[in-house]
Unconditional design. Structure first.
Lengths: 335, 304
C-alpha cells in the first residue's frame, strides 16, 4: 500500500551560529489519504521543522537526509522546479501567526488569488469569485468587501480563516498546519480549528497537524506522534495514548495537564528542561529526565518497537506499566 | 504645507534682516550723499518702515511673482532666477534618477547574489559613502573631463542632449555618495524581507522565484528605501551649491553663493525660498508615495 506521505529516517541539520546542528533525527512517520496526524511536543522538539521539510522549506544552508515520498514518488533530490510544482498543487501550509505570514502590503483578495493566478494562470475575476465563496465557507461574511481590505484591517482570528481559505483554494491533498491556533485568542481557537477540520474532511484532505496542545491533538486526530529532541518517541491513536502511554515522556506529558474535574494544588512537572536535538546525550535523549532510566539508556538510542499497535522508542517500553493520570481520577473522555 | 512655507519665508526674511550690513550702506558705499537722497532711497525701498510691514510688502510681491529687484545688479530677481533654476532643476532630477535607479538596482543585486558580487558591491559602497561630494567632483573632472576628455568640464550646455552631456559629471558627482548609501539601505532591507515570514509563505505556495522576489521581498523592502531616497533627493538641493562651484554651472546654488557674497538681499531671499519650497514639495511627494506603499499608514482607515 502506498502512503500519501511517507517520511523515512529523516534527519535535518541547520546552521546555528556558523555550525551545523541536528534538529531532526531519524524521523519516520506516514500520513494516509484523508487522515489527520498530529505532531506533539515541546518548543524546539522539531515539529515545525518536520513540516517544513515536507515542503523543502528549510532555512538557508539547511541539510536534509533520509526519505520523503508523496503518493509513492520520492521527493528527495527533486529539482527546484519540481518542488515548486509540488508546493503549488499537492501540499500547502498553514502558518502559526497569520499577522506575520500574510504580506501586509497586499489586499486580502490578492493574497487569496495569487497562487491561482500566478501558478495556474486562472483569470483574476474567476479566482476572486472562488475566493469569495470560500471566505464565506470559512465563516467570514461580507466576503467581497473583505477581499478589498488589507490584513491589518482584520482580526487575528479572521486572518487565520483567510489563511485556511488560501490553502483550501489550492485544493491540496495534504495540509501542513503549523500550530494554526497558537497565536489566536482561546475563544477563537476552537472555532477556527472546527472550520479547518470540517472543510478538510469534506474535501478528503489529509493533514499533518502540529501543536503542543495534547488535548487539541486528541480531539480530532487519527494518530498522534510525540516528539522529543528531534526524535519521534511514540506514535499512537489518541485513545491508546491516553489509556496506556508507552513512553515515559508521553506519560509525563499527560501527567502535567490540568484536569477539568479535579483540583490539584500544583501540577506535576517534568524535572529538568527540554533539550534540543543537538544537546542530547548519546543514547536516549530523555534519559536525564526519565524516572525509569537504566544504564543501557545512555548506551544506545532504542529502535522503534511495535507494541499493541503503537510505535515507541524506549528500551523499557514492554516492561513498564505507565498510566496517564496521577491518582484514580475519573472523568477522562477523549477520542 | 502652505503654513510651513509661510513660516520658512518669515524665517528667511527675518534672518537676513538681522544679518550685519544694511542695504543703504551697500548702495551708497563710500559715497557721501545728501540726506534728501538718502531719504528718497529709503522711501523707495521702504527701509524705514517697521519690520513686519517690510515683510508684508515682500510677501505680497512674492505671491504675485515679483521677487523684487537686485540691488547689486539692478535687474529683476525673477529674471536671474529663470536663468539659473532650469540648470539646477535639470541637475537635481538627473542626479535623483541616477541615485534611485542605480542605488536600488545595486542593492537588490547585492542581496540576491551573496558571495563575491555582494562583497565587491559592499566594499565599493563602503568607499563610496566615505567620499565627499566635492572630492568626487574633482576626481571625475580630472579623469573623465581632463584626461579622457569625454565630458565637458565647464558650463551647462544648451538644448536637451548637450545639457545632458554637460551635466553628466556634475550629476554623477552629486549622486556618488547617495548611491553608495542607498545601495546599502536597499540591500539590508531586501535581505531582511527575503528571510521574512511573507516570503516563506509565498515560497510555500509554490510561487516562482520571480513572483516571490517582486511581490513579497522587493515590494516590502521599498518602504524604508523610499524614506531614505526622499531624504537624499531633498538633500541634493543643498548639495548643488558645492557641485555648481566645482563645475562652473550658473545654477541656483551658484546664484545663492554669489548673492550672499554681494549682500544681494532680494536674490538671497528668493533663492532660499525656492530651495525651501522645492524641499517641501519633495517631502510631500515622499509622504504620498509612502502611504501608497504601506497600507497600514494610510489615513482614514479604521479597524473593522
Amino acid at each position: 500500500m502506498t502512503h500519501l506521505l511517507q517520511i523515512e529516517n529523516l534527519s535535518v541539520d541547520l546552521v546555528v551560529h556558523r555550525r551545523y546542528r541536528k534538529v531532526l533525527q531519524d524521523v519516520s512517520i506516514t500520513v494516509e489519504k484523508a487522515e489527520v496526524v498530529s505532531l506533539v511536543g515541546e518548543s524546539g522538539s522539531g515539529k515545525s521543522m518536520t513540516a517544513r521539510s515536507v515542503l523543502s522549506l528549510l532555512p538557508a544552508q539547511g541539510k536534509m537526509s533520509g526519505g520523503i515520498a508523496f503518493d509513492g514518488q520520492s521527493l528527495i533530490g527533486a529539482s527546484y522546479k519540481e518542488w515548486q510544482k509540488f508546493r503549488a498543487t499537492k501540499a500547502a501550509m498553514i502558518f502559526q501567526d497569520p499577522r506575520a505570514s500574510i504580506n501586509p502590503v497586499h489586499r486580502i483578495g490578492d493574497f487569496l488569488t495569487e497562487a491561482l493566478v500566478h501558478n495556474r494562470g486562472m483569470d483574476r475575476h474567476e479566482a476572486l469569485e472562488r475566493a469569495a465563496t470560500l471566505l464565506e465557507q470559512v465563516g467570514i461574511d461580507d466576503a467581497t468587501r473583505r477581499l478589498r481590505q488589507y490584513p491589518h484591517e482584520l482580526s487575528g482570528g479572521m486572518l487565520q480563516r483567510v489563511m485556511i481559505a488560501s490553502v483550501l483554494l489550492i485544493e491540496p491533498q495534504l495540509i501542513l498546519a503549523d500550530e494554526p491556533t497558537t497565536a489566536l485568542d482561546v475563544t477563537t481557537q476552537a472555532d477556527v480549528i472546527a472550520v479547518l477540520d470540517d472543510l478538510r474532511a469534506q474535501r478528503d484532505m489529509a493533514m499533518l497537524f502540529i501543536t503542543h496542545d495534547l488535548e487539541l491533538a486528541a480531539a480530532f486526530s487519527d494518530r498522534i506522534a510525540v516528539m522529543y529532541a528531534g526524535f519521534i518517541v511514540e506514535v499512537s491513536t489518541p485513545a491508546q495514548l491516553h489509556a496506556r502511554p508507552l513512553h515515559p515522556y508521553t506519560a509525563a506529558l499527560l501527567h502535567s495537564r490540568p484536569m477539568l474535574h479535579e483540583r490539584t494544588a500544583r501540577l506535576p512537572q517534568i524535572s529538568g528542561r527540554p533539550l534540543s536535538a543537538f544537546e542530547a546525550p548519546p543514547g536516549c535523549p530523555f534519559q536525564d529526565r526519565c524516572p525509569y532510566v537504566q544504564p543501557r539508556c545512555s548506551e544506545s538510542m532504542p529502535q522503534p518497537l511495535l507494541i499493541a499497535g503503537s510505535i515507541v522508542r524506549c528500551h523499557r517500553a514492554s516492561e513498564l506499566e505507565l498510566v496517564s493520570t496521577v491518582g484514580a481520577g475519573g472523568g477522562q473522555t477523549h477520542g | 504645507m502652505v503654513v510651513l512655507l509661510l513660516v520658512t519665508s518669515f524665517v528667511i526674511y527675518a534672518s537676513l534682516f538681522l544679518a550685519p550690513g544694511s542695504p543703504d550702506a551697500l548702495l551708497f558705499g563710500a559715497h557721501t550723499v545728501s540726506p534728501a537722497v538718502r531719504a528718497a532711497v529709503n522711501r523707495q525701498y521702504h527701509l524705514n518702515d517697521p519690520f513686519l510691514q517690510q515683510y508684508w510688502y515682500w510677501l505680497t510681491n512674492v505671491l504675485h511673482g515679483n521677487f523684487g529687484t537686485s540691488i547689486t545688479y539692478r535687474t529683476p530677481v525673477a529674471l536671474r532666477l529663470t536663468a539659473a533654476a532650469p540648470v539646477t532643476a535639470f541637475l537635481v532630477i538627473y542626479s535623483s534618477i541616477l541615485i534611485i535607479v542605480s542605488g536600488v538596482a545595486l542593492g537588490v543585486l547585492s542581496s540576491l547574489r551573496p558571495g563575491k558580487l555582494d562583497t565587491f558591491i559592499m566594499t565599493a559602497t563602503n568607499v563610496g559613502t566615505a567620499v565627499p561630494t566635492f572630492v568626487a567632483g574633482l576626481i571625475l573632472l580630472a579623469f573623465f573631463g581632463v584626461k579622457l576628455n569625454w565630458f565637458p568640464v565647464y558650463g551647462a550646455g544648451a538644448g536637451f542632449f548637450d545639457r545632458l552631456h554637460h551635466l553628466t559629471l556634475p550629476a554623477v558627482a552629486l549622486a556618488f555618495w547617495a548611491v553608495a548609501y542607498l545601495t546599502r539601505v536597499t540591500r539590508t532591507s531586501m535581505r531582511e524581507e527575503l528571510q521574512g515570514d511573507p516570503v516563506l509563505t509565498a515560497r510555500s505556495r509554490g510561487l516562482s522565484r520571480r513572483v516571490v522576489i517582486q511581490r513579497h521581498a522587493f515590494r516590502n523592502a521599498l518602504i524604508p528605501v523610499v524614506t531614505v531616497a526622499g531624504l537624499q533627493v531633498a538633500g541634493l538641493l543643498a548639495g548643488t551649491v558645492i557641485v555648481e562651484q566645482v563645475f562652473g554651472l550658473n545654477g541656483l546654488g551658484e546664484l545663492l553663493l554669489t548673492s550672499v557674497q554681494d549682500k544681494d538681499f532680494a536674490t538671497v531671499q528668493a533663492v532660499s525660498l525656492i530651495l525651501v519650497a522645492a524641499f517641501i514639495v519633495v517631502n510631500t511627494f515622499v509622504d504620498i508615495t509612502y502611504t501608497m506603499l504601506d497600507p497600514r499608514i494610510r489615513l482614514g482607515t479604521n479597524q473593522p
